[in-house]
Every structure is written in C-alpha cells, then in structure tokens.
Write a protein that binds this ligand. Sequence first.
Ligand code: FAQ
Length: 330
Amino acid sequence: MYAQMIKTASNSVKSRDEMSPEEAAFQDKIDNDIKIEPRDWMPEDYRRTLIRQIGQHAHSEVVGQLPEGNWITRAPTLERKMILLAKVQDEAGHGLYLYSAAETLGVSRDEMVEMLHEGRMKYSSIFNYPTLNWADIGAVGWLVDGAAIVNQVALQRTSYGPYSRAMIRICKEESFHARQGYHAIMKMAFGTPEQKKMAQDAVNRLWFPAIMMFGPNDSESTHSEQSMAWKIKVKSNDELRQQFVDQTVPQIEYLGLDLPDPGIKWNEERGHYDFSDPDWSEFFNVIKGNGPCNVDRMNARVKAWEDGQWVRDGLMEHARKRATRKVAAE
Ligand code: FAQ
C-alpha cells in the first residue's frame, strides 16, 4: 500500500489558476500561517512529502544514537557518561515524537521501519560517518546537534501542526546536546597538546559531513520549491547552511583551532562567511548507501528490531488478553 509513499512530490508548483477550489483554500490557510491538522483536507503530495520528511527525520534520530551510543561505556568520566547516556536517550525520545507525528498522516511506525530496513526510506547522511575517538563525541554534539538545531528551530514554524509542536520540545533538548558537545570539545581544545590535536582532527573530519546535513544546494534540491510553497520547509537548504557556518566559525576561532576549510573567509559585502562546497559526489554516494558506515548502521537497526520482536509480541498478547477480559466482563 505504501510502496508509492516515497514517491516524491517533485511536480512543479501549481499556480493559483491551476488549483482546484480545495487546493486554493488549502494554500490560503498556508499563506495565512494557519496550521494544518491531521483531520484537515490536504493534497496527497503534501501528505506524502511530510511522511517522507518526518519519517526520515525520525529514522535519523534513532540511527543517530548509534555513533554516540558506541561511546557510553568509554566516556572518560562518570559525569560525561551520565551526560552522554541522557543525550542518547533523548534522541530515542525524539524518534518517538516524530514517528507519532508521522502516524497522524496515516502511516504506521511498523511500515516506516520496514521501509527504512528495505532501503526505501532514508536517514541523515551524517550518521554514516564513524566516531573514532572521544573528541568526535564532543564534535558530534557541537556540530551535528548544532546543525540539527539550526534546521529544527526553523521547522518549529512548519505548516503541519503535529510536526511543528514536536519540534518545540526537541529544540529545547537539542540545545542542551549542543552545549554539552561544545563543553566537551572545549576541554580538549584547551587541554594538553595531544587533546587539542584530537579536537582539531575531529573538526577537520566532521566539518564537511556536518554542512552536508542541510541537503544539496538549492539549485539541486528536488523538493525545496514545493516544500517551501507549502511551508513544510520555511528556509532553504542554502540559507540554513549559511546560518550554521556563520554561527560556527566564531566558535571554532574561540577554541583556537584552525578552520577546517581554507575557503572560509568573512565577506564584508555579503555580511556572511564564504565557504567551500562539500564534495557533493561524496554526499550522493553516502545517501545511496555507500558511505563508510551505512551497512553497519542498517545491520545494527535490523538486529535491534528483530531482537525486540519478543517484547512487541508480549505487549500485543497483553493487550489482546485485556481486551478479551473486558469483553467477557461486559
Ligand atoms: N541525508 O530535495 P532535497 C539530528 C535527500 S536530526 C540524507 O533538498 P528535502 C539529531 C532528500 O531526502 C537530523 N538524505 O530534500 C541528532 C532527497 O531524497 P529523495 C535529521 C538527504 O527533504 C543529532 C534528496 O536528498 N534532520 O541530527 C539529506 O527537501 C545527533 C534531495 O534533497 C532532519 O531530517 C541528508 N542530509 O530537504 C540525532 C530535518 N539531505 O527523497 C542523534 C528534517 C537531502 O528525493 C545524534 N528534514 N537528502 O530520494 C529536512 O529539513 C529536509 O528533509 C532536508 C532535505 C533539509 C534534510
């Protein structure tokens, strides 16, 4: 039934004249910043695009636990272990809010998980890169959560009510995540020469994958035009990427680290930092499944899903027995 779910809404944006009366009324609500709620009429492509984006976002939160979860047992102090444990648990919670938001659009969590496992849905490219040492954990919190926040703050204003409301709580938790990451990397950058070297190496390796998180350049983005007309996305990929670069470069400088891209330079005329494009062929290769960790990530998720089957069976049996008892009592 959902085989076409990931079919994208890449048809060009309709002009007012081409819209049916229902579509025009829907667009009026969007233009007037009235939230769309689950029972409201919506174009089928709006629904599909949201399921794709929210589902992909939920999968990213869940898969995103893997690179950090890997370091819980190796955190350098009890305090860092507690912080990391709490952060990774938060990411699981974000996945759950987002799966619930997507479910309001008529797709079940099981179906989304199946599509992920069969490679019919994506998750964020960033989680296909390894976390090689403790400095990477600081850099993930600072750069990856930092990039996620820039995007998610904008998404608090997205047109679909359940998605926008989920974003509000997620953003609050993500800002704690970014701060703990920056705090961890500060300790390294202001620590011994060896620690500073590790921090530099982490920033060098994770910089370009972090700026790829915002998706391809606007000129290459398949969905942006329609998604922005529907206010599913409120800022374009390039706008968000620029915002992230502008806020992060001074943070790198404060740490006393070298900039990871020789193309980063303040542009007085634009009032923004210039920076180099990432290697987009690497990005497209990663999202096709050929990044350094894609196979490991998917194997870990499929194994976790299969290992958890007995829990889901137990819960279903418990619910079935309760329902049977209730009917018998009536
Ligand atoms: N990775 O037309 P566009 C986090 C695909 S949360 C993989 O520009 P769109 C928290 C895209 O799907 C991070 N695929 O697409 C955390 C499309 O493919 P399709 C996740 C990507 O949707 C931290 C094609 O490329 N955040 O990190 C990516 O309009 C630490 C063309 O692209 C969200 O998901 C990518 N980076 O814009 C957790 C935010 N970029 O369907 C744990 C919500 C693009 O044609 C630890 N999502 N693609 O086959 C969005 O805002 C949007 O979906 C974008 C992409 C901006 C990511």
